[in-house]
Design a protein around this ligand. Structure first.
Ligand code: ARG
Length: 270
């Protein structure tokens, strides 16, 4: 190496040794620095199940992509927390069983926290408030209130809080349960049921916005069930997801990102 000759003329063996050890120390130090700078391991990856047939919360768009409020929210949280999340489109009926069986790490599917579900699952901090809405055909003049559902066939998605409410509180109505929200709406339009009870954001989307049902349905009222949606995990949170989700949710609320996502999908300011 030429610069050795510039500093000292003749290079002794001792000098060479010192230079070499200085070089070694420097190399080790640099090595230490780079290993600190690089991520200790590749970022954590989680798989979440979602019944992507619940617009505007989670649904499949015309490009066959899973989109919606929950999806944008979890992407913002994943970015904030430097984790990776994969969404697995999963039928609602059986979505809880799949979590118990370990088919995925959590459910992100507008799941309402209920006392009953709390016995079997753990929930994150709530991320969305909703009630139940009563949807009827646009030309219906017989159903004005919840009480008017008595004696009528009423639809709901199977095992949802809407179906549970009807079963518990409106025993005089004939409950008809459907695998998905849109099948219930379809049967409503086709006069197989006279009303559908479903989460407020989804009722508004189907009745007022969807190409399929717009102009055919109306919302006659809300049943105030004061529901809160949360990420759902196995009891004990074995994959340690809740702390990450909660921290990310807090951050995206503080940054204004949550409010943006709310306005984008719900159409009003939170
Ligand atoms: N919030 C209701 C419940 O927890 C309905 C959720 C349905 N979600 C869905 N993606 N289909 O029972």
């Amino acid at each position: 190496m030429p610069y050795i000759y510039l500093t000292g003329g003749k290079v002794t063996l001792m000098k060479q040794y010192r230079l070499f050890s200085a070089f070694l120390v420097t190399a080790m130090f640099l090595g230490l620095l780079t290993s600190c700078a690089a991520p200790a391991s590749t970022s954590k990856k989680f798989v979440f199940a979602s019944d992507a047939a619940f617009p505007p919360m989670e649904f499949v768009d015309s490009n066959k992509a899973i989109v919606g409020f929950d999806i944008d929210m979890i992407q913002a949280i994943a970015k904030d927390q430097k984790i990776e999340v994969e969404i697995k489109n999963t039928a609602w009926d059986g979505i809880f069983a799949g979590l118990g069986g370990g088919a995925y790490d959590a459910i992100l599917s507008s799941v309402t926290i209920t006392e009953d579900r709390k016995k079997t699952y753990d929930f994150s901090e709530p991320y969305f408030d909703a009630n139940q809405a009563i949807v009827v055909r646009i030309d219906d003049a017989t159903i004005m209130t919840e009480q008017d559902l008595a004696g009528k066939p009423v639809g709901a998605q199977i095992g949802t809080t809407g179906a549970i409410y009807l079963g518990d509180n409106l025993k005089e109505a004939t409950l008809k349960q459907y695998d998905s929200a849109d099948l219930a709406m379809m049967d409503l339009v086709n006069k197989q049921v006279d009303a559908v009870v479903i989460d407020t954001p989804v009722a508004a989307n189907f009745a007022l916005q969807s190409d399929q049902f717009k102009g055919k349905l109306k919302i006659i009222g809300e049943i105030v069930t004061s529901e809160q949606y949360a990420l759902t995990v196995q009891k004990g949170d074995p994959k340690q997801i809740l702390a990450i989700f909660n921290a990310g949710l807090k951050n995206i609320k503080a940054s204004g990102e949550y409010a943006k996502i709310y306005e984008k999908w719900i159409g009003v300011k939170k």
